[in-house]
Design a protein around this ligand. Structure first.
Ligand code: ADP
Ligand code: MG
Length: 450
C-alpha cells in the first residue's frame, strides 16, 4: 500500500507525513493509521484520504475505509513495517479477532488517564523563563505533600503551565502507581459541581475530589465570581491539605490579582510556593522547536527554526503551530525547507519578515533540484554531474545575495577567479542551453517567489 502512496506523492511529502505513520490494523472494517498529533490527523483527512482509499482499492478492497487515530506521544511511531494483508482490508467483511487485537494498545495506567501523555518532564525544555517553576514542580514531584503545598504556577496563556502540572502527575504516577491523581480544569470542576448539585450527587462529587493524592487544578482564575464553586473548592482544599495531599494550581495571574476570590481561598493559595513562567527567550524557543521537529521526525535546518522562533515570540502553542504550518507548506509545494519558504508559509499569519537569502539557502535549493547532498556540490568532485550544479549555485548566489566573489569562493573552498569563471560559464549558456536556462529560471523563481 505504501508503495502505491509513494509513487503518487513527492519524496518530501512522503517523508514528512508517511514516515511517522503507524499501522494500527483494522477496526470495524476500517484500516486505522496512527498519526503523531491532531494536526497530522486533520491533514491526513483533508489531503490523503482519497489517495489511501485508492491504494486500498489497488489491493482489491471494494469499499475501502481509512481512519486516523492520534498516537500517544510516548509510543515510538515506526515506519509501516509492511502492507497490511489485503484480505483483511476488504470492506464489507466485518473483521474482528486478529485485526482487533492488532488495534489494541496497552491501556494507560489508570492514574494517568486525566493526563496528556505528551506533557512530561522529558518533553519540557527548561530555560531562564521557566526554570524556577520547573525546579519547584520537580521538587513537588519528588516529595509530594512535603516540599511546597500548594504549588501555585502562574503565567500567560500558552507558556507551559498545564504541561508542567501534568509532568508532575506523570512523575508521581510512574513511581507510585497506586496514588490517585486527578487533573481538572476549573471549568470542568465547576460544571461537575453544577451537575452533581442538579443530580443530587454532591456526596459522590466530594468523595471523588477529597480522596485523591495529587490534585491538579488548572486555570484557577476562573473561580472568580463563582461563590458556590469557591465554597466547595475551599472544603476540598482543606481536606486534602490536612491529609498532606499535594495540590498544584495554575492561573494566568498571581492570587492577589484574582478579583472576587474569597480571602480565605486567596490566603490558602499563598501558603505554599508561588512561581511564575515568563515568555521564552529566543534560544529556548529554538530549543522547543528543535525538540518538536525531532519528535515529529522532521529534518529541518537550524536557520529555518530560528526564523520561526523570531516570528513567534510569546505563545508556545502558537510557536508549535507555526512549525506545523511551515512543514505543511513545504510539503504541499514540494520544496525543501528554507528560510524563504518558512517566511512565505507564515506570511499570512504574521507580519512578513524581510528575509535575506543566504548562500546556504541557495545551495540547498540547488542540491534539492539536482537531488544530491549539498556537501557534494561544495566538495571537490570534478565530474560534470557535480560541476554544473556547482556553477549554477555560484551563479545564483551571486545573483540573489549581496556576497562578493571572494566570499562566495570561500563558501565553496575556492578562490574568486573560479567563481568568476563559473558565473560567466552559466551566463554564456543561458539562452543557448534550454535545460540549463529552465533550471536557473525555475530555481530563481523558487528562491524569490517562495
Ligand atoms: P498553558 O497551560 O500555560 O496555557 P500549555 O502547558 O498548554 O500552556 O503549553 C502550550 C503548548 O506549549 C503545549 O503543547 C506544551 O507542550 C508546549 N510547551 C510549553 N512550554 C514548553 C516547554 N518549556 N518545552 C516544551 N514544550 C512546551
Ligand atoms: Mg493551560
Amino acid at each position: 500500500m505504501l508503495a502505491y502512496v509513494r509513487k503518487n506523492i513527492s519524496e518530501v511529502e512522503y517523508h514528512t507525513w508517511f514516515a511517522p505513520v503507524k499501522n494500527l490494523g483494522v477496526q470495524d472494517g476500517s484500516l486505522v493509521l496512527g498519526v503523531r498529533n491532531s494536526f497530522a490527523q486533520e491533514w491526513f483527512r483533508k489531503h490523503y484520504l482519497e489517495l489511501l482509499e485508492d491504494a486500498l482499492r489497488s489491493l482489491g478492497a471494494e469499499h475501502p475505509q481509512v481512519s486516523f487515530q492520534v498516537l500517544p506521544a510516548q509510543q515510538e511511531a515506526m515506519l509501516l513495517p509492511s502492507d497490511p494483508p489485503p484480505a483483511v482490508v476488504t470492506a464489507g467483511t466485518n473483521i474482528s479477532g486478529r485485526g482487533q487485537r492488532e488495534v489494541a494498545q496497552p491501556p494507560m495506567p489508570d492514574n494517568r488517564k486525566s493526563l496528556n501523555p505528551k506533557y512530561t518532564f522529558e518533553n519540557f525544555v527548561v530555560g531562564p523563563n521557566n526554570n524556577l517553576a520547573h525546579a519547584a514542580a520537580l521538587a513537588v514531584a519528588e516529595s509530594p505533600g512535603k516540599a511546597y503545598n500548594p504549588l501555585f504556577i502562574y503565567g500567560d496563556v500558552g507558556l507551559g503551565k498545564t504541561h508542567l502540572m501534568h509532568a508532575v502527575g506523570h512523575y508521581i504516577a510512574e513511581r507510585f502507581p497506586d496514588k490517585r491523581i486527578e487533573y481538572v480544569s476549573t471549568e470542568s470542576f465547576t460544571n461537575e459541581l453544577i451537575n452533581a448539585i442538579r443530580d443530587d450527587k454532591t456526596t459522590q462529587f466530594r468523595n471523588r475530589y477529597r480522596s485523591v493524592d495529587l490534585l491538579l487544578v488548572d486555570d484557577i482564575q476562573f473561580l472568580a465570581g463563582k461563590e458556590r464553586t469557591q465554597e466547595e473548592f475551599f472544603h476540598t482544599f482543606n481536606a486534602l491539605y490536612e491529609n498532606h495531599k499535594q495540590i498544584i494550581l495554575s492561573s494566568d495571574r498571581p492570587p492577589k490579582d484574582i478579583q472576587t476570590l474569597e480571602g480565605r481561598l486567596r490566603s490558602r493559595f499563598e501558603w505554599g510556593l508561588i512561581t511564575d513562567i515568563q515568555s521564552p527567550e529566543f534560544e529556548t524557543r529554538v530549543a522547543i522547536l528543535k525538540m518538536n521537529a525531532e519528535h515529529n521526525r522532521i529534518n529541518i535546518p537550524q536557520e529555518v527554526l530560528e526564523l520561526i522562533a523570531r516570528q513567534v515570540t510569546s505563545n508556545i502553542r502558537e510557536l508549535e503551530g507555526a512549525l506545523m504550518r511551515v512543514v505543511a507548506f513545504a510539503s504541499l509545494n514540494n520544496v525543501p525547507f528554507s528560510r524563504a519558504v518558512a517566511a512565505k508559509a507564515l506570511s499570512n499569519v504574521f507580519t512578513p519578515q524581510e528575509v535575506k537569502i543566504e548562500m546556504m539557502d541557495v545551495l540547498r535549493q540547488v542540491a534539492a533540484h539536482y537531488n544530491m547532498p549539498p556537501e557534494v556540490i561544495r566538495g571537490s568532485g570534478r565530474v560534470r554531474e557535480v560541476v554544473v550544479p556547482r556553477q549554477v549555485a555560484q551563479y545564483l548566489i551571486r545573483d540573489l545575495t549581496d556576497h562578493s566573489l571572494p566570499e562566495i569562493g570561500q563558501f565553496f573552498g575556492r578562490d574568486h577567479s573560479t567563481v568568476m569563471h563559473a558565473i560567466s560559464k552559466v551566463t554564456e549558456q543561458i539562452g543557448k542551453d534550454p535545460e540549463l536556462t529552465e533550471t536557473v529560471g525555475l530555481l530563481k523563481r523558487k528562491m524569490q517567489g517562495l
